[in-house]
Design a protein around this ligand. Sequence first.
Ligand code: 5GP
Length: 241
Amino acid sequence: MAIEQGDVITTGKAKRLYATNDPELLWVQHLNQATALNGKRKAEIPEKAAYTNQISQLLFEFLNQAGIATHFVQRLSKTESLVQRLEMLPLEVVIRNYASGHFVSRFGVENMQVLEPNVLEFYFKSDALDDPFMNESQILALRLADTETLVQIQTVAHQINQHLKALFDEIDITLVDFKLEFGRTDAGQVILGDELSPDNMRLVDQSTGASLDKDIFRQNSGDLTIGYAQVLQRLQAKLGA
Ligand code: 5GP
């Protein structure tokens, strides 16, 4: 069956989701938009969508090949992909290998201090509440996930970290931290959704120390697409894409 684009389901800060003629599949359109401070600062950035979509494709395919189930089905164009429809859990899962961003401002530690063992944090996904930090007992009490699901998410998040850290190391990039979102398939399996790009991970060039991710925009320190292009080029060269 040829997949056809249906109605818009929702437009987020960096992506628009459409239904398709297959109830199990969604059409994701990445947008040329960058936001910071929970959407309070916004900018149109030409070519950004092509980078986030293509980097996501390469990283999802890499994880799929490593045996990690994700929602990614196929890339449709430079800026669009097809994904499996999931019932998303209202949680953000952050893994930190080095201190940066909110970890530095919250705990007053040195930027890029090694975090050993690494840190896993949960946040409640709510723009209205500014994505507050959440612990496991809060998640359980609010019935956002059960214990078994939480254990599974933590295990898979750590596996994803091992795979991505090793991959980025091979292309001279340090994976500082990243955010994941999980959702449930119709069959009840909890798998990785959302996107995997420099919009939701911190990446540092090992030879220059330069940021290659959305910190360039958050800190107003230059052209974000130069960093994203570096990440895409190196991944393409490494993964033979
Ligand atoms: P921090 O908590 O330091 O702001 O972010 C930690 C990591 O998670 C960073 O890589 C950041 O990009 C990602 N992250 C945290 N919250 C969000 C969010 O709401 N949206 C996106 N795209 N990434 C997030």
